[in-house]
Design a protein. Sequence first.
Length: 62
Amino acid sequence: MENSDETYSFKLYTGNNLILSKQDENTLVGVNAKMKAKYVDSTEHLILSIGKNSTIEFKKLK
């Protein structure tokens, strides 16, 4: 699958593709994985949620 304005495909080391689809202006959700990535403008953080209980927060380096 190729990237488009609404869908992004990432090649993983395992050889599989992770496919994320645009939900709104700052949110991508997994098409083939239980994953959600959200960018928070006000704090400049990227919040990555995997499954039900795993959340990783990335902060912008200044």
